[in-house]
Design a protein around this ligand. Structure first.
Ligand SMILES: [Zn+2]
Length: 81
């Protein structure tokens, strides 16, 4: 029975130790605005990061959308004009 308790303690200890190690590897939380660039979806107004955005090319310019649905709405709107 004592062995089981020790195993649990060691297991918990390793978990805590790993948790601390992970925290130390992460860079310090940035103060002020984040450096990551965000782009506003012109259709629904949502801000998206470059990684998450659906990028459409309109007249040679990159336009960022939150989803393909917004990209298609935007293109449909341009065609109507
Ligand atoms: Zn959108």
């Amino acid at each position: 029975m004592r062995l089981l308790i020790w195993l649990v303690l060691i297991y918990v200890g390793i978990k805590i130790f790993k948790g601390i190690g992970r925290q130390e590897k992460e860079p310090a939380a940035p103060t002020g605005p984040t450096k990551e660039e965000t782009f506003q979806d012109p259709v629904c107004g949502v801000y998206v990061s470059e990684d998450d955005a659906v990028i459409g090319r309109v007249d040679g310019e990159r336009v960022y959308f939150c989803s393909m649905a917004c990209l298609e709405k935007y293109r449909a709107g341009l065609e109507q004009k």
